[in-house]
Design a protein around this ligand. Sequence first.
Ligand code: SF4
Length: 494
Amino acid sequence: MGEYNTLIYEALNMSEKYCLGKPREHCGVIGVYSPDKSIQVSRYAFDGLIALQHRGQESAGIYVQNGKGITGHKDMGLASTVFTKKILSTLYGNKAIAHVRYSTTSDSNIENAQPKKFVSTLGSYAIAFNGTITNFLKLRSMLEEKGHVFHTDSDTETIAHVLAANLLETDDYTQAIFKSMNELKGSYSMVILNEKGDLYAVRDPLGFKPLCIGQINNIFMVASETAAIESLNGTVLGDVAPGEVIRITDSGPVKEGAIKAERHARCMFEFVYFSRTDSRFDGISIYRVRERLGKILAQIHPVDADIIVPVPDSGRTAAAGLAAESGIPMVEGLIKNRYVWRTFIMPVQAEREDQVKLKLNPVRELISGKDVVLVDDSIVRATTMKRIVCLIRNAGANKVHVRVSCPPIIAPCYMGIDFPTSRELIAANQTIEEIRKFIGADSLGYMTIDGLMQGIGLPENELCLACLNKKYPIETLDTDFLERQLGGQKRVEN
Ligand code: SF4
C-alpha cells in the first residue's frame, strides 16, 4: 500500500471510528459485461464503486476477464484513491467484477480485500460478495479434512472452496453454483466471473441483501443498489430475486432458476439506513419508505414543537415525512462537516468527545429559544445521540424531543452488519424512559415494529427484523457462538 493510501486509510479508520454511532454495511458489489470485446469496462466498474462507496470504505477492487484470464487490482482505501487513471488503463477487459468492503467477519487487511481470485482444476474464477456465511467455519473444517488449504480467515474463501469442490463433481458452473447455495447458510448477494467470461449474479434464498441488474447502452451491469446503475445513466432491468442465479450473456441476463424459500428476510436496515435514499430495494423506493416512516412517527408520537431538525444525513428523509404530516417546519439546524477525517491528529482522550462536535455543528440562529424535534434513523449505543442532544441544548433550545424512525435495537446482527454485541446495545439493557434520561431529551419516541412494516409495505415473513425481535430467520444459527466470534472483532467505539 502506497504512503498516500496508507495516510488516507488511517484517516478513514479515524473517520469511520466516529461514524456517528451507526452500524455499518459489509460490502457493495458490481458486475459489468460488455458483449463488445473492444470495450474496456473497468471504467464502468470504477464509477459503480464510487456510487456504492457508502457500503464500504476499507478496501476497493476490480477484476477483469480479457480472454487471457482474470486479472485485477485491489488495495486498502476508497475507490477514488485505490484506482488512478493509470491503474484503470491497465485493467483491460470487457467483463469485470468489483467490490468495496467493510469487514465484519475477518480482519481488515489486503489479504481479505475483494474480489478474490481462485484457481480450480476447471480454471480460475473471481468472486465479490456482500453478506456473511454463518456456517463458514463448519464448512471450512469439513473442506480442510478433504485436503483443501485455506490462506485467509474470510468467508469469501470458504465460498470459493465450496464452489471448487462442486466444480469437481460437475463442469457445469450453474449447477455447481446451485449445489454450493444449498450448502451455504447466511446472507449473500454476489457476483462470480470465471475464466471463460461467464458472469453470474447470485442472491441467497432469503434475500437479505439487495442485488439488481441494469443496462447502460449495450453494456449489462449487476449492482448492490439501483442508484449505482442509474448514476451511470443506465436503466434498471430488475432485481435478482431471492435464491435466484442469473447469468449474463451477450444477449442479456438469463434466469438460470431459483432456490425457493418459505419466507424471505430482506434486511430492514437497508430500508431504514444502509441503502442510498435514491435506490430501490426489490422495487420499493427507499425514499418513500423513509418518508412514510416519518409520517408514521408523527402519528404515533405527536409533539408540540417549533422546528424539526434532522440529524444529517441519516435522519433527513424521515424528518421531511414527519414535517409533512405534523405541519412543523423542518430546518437544517445541524450542519455536517464532511471533511472531519482531515483532523485526525488529536489527543486520544479527547477524541470521542470532540468528534461529534467536529462532525456536527448546530445553527444557533435557528435553534435558540425553540422547541426542537430531533430526528434520526436509529439509536444504537445512544452515546452519540446524547452528545447531539447536548449540542442542541447548548445552542439555546428550550426543549429537545427525539424521534427515531427505527424501533429499538435489542439484539445483535449475525448476517453481515457491524452491530455491537447485546451488552453494548442500549435498548437491550434499558427501558425507553431510561434511555430518554440518558440522552437528556424531554421526550423520546421510537418507531414500532408494526409501524416499520407498514412504512416498508412488507409483512413480517418478507423481512428480517431479528435485531428488533430476536427472531433470527436462519434456523441453524448458533447465536452464542457467533456473538463470541463477532464480539472478538474490532468495533466502532462510540
Ligand atoms: S438482524 Fe437487523 S441488521 Fe441484521 S440482517 Fe436482520 S434486520 Fe438487518
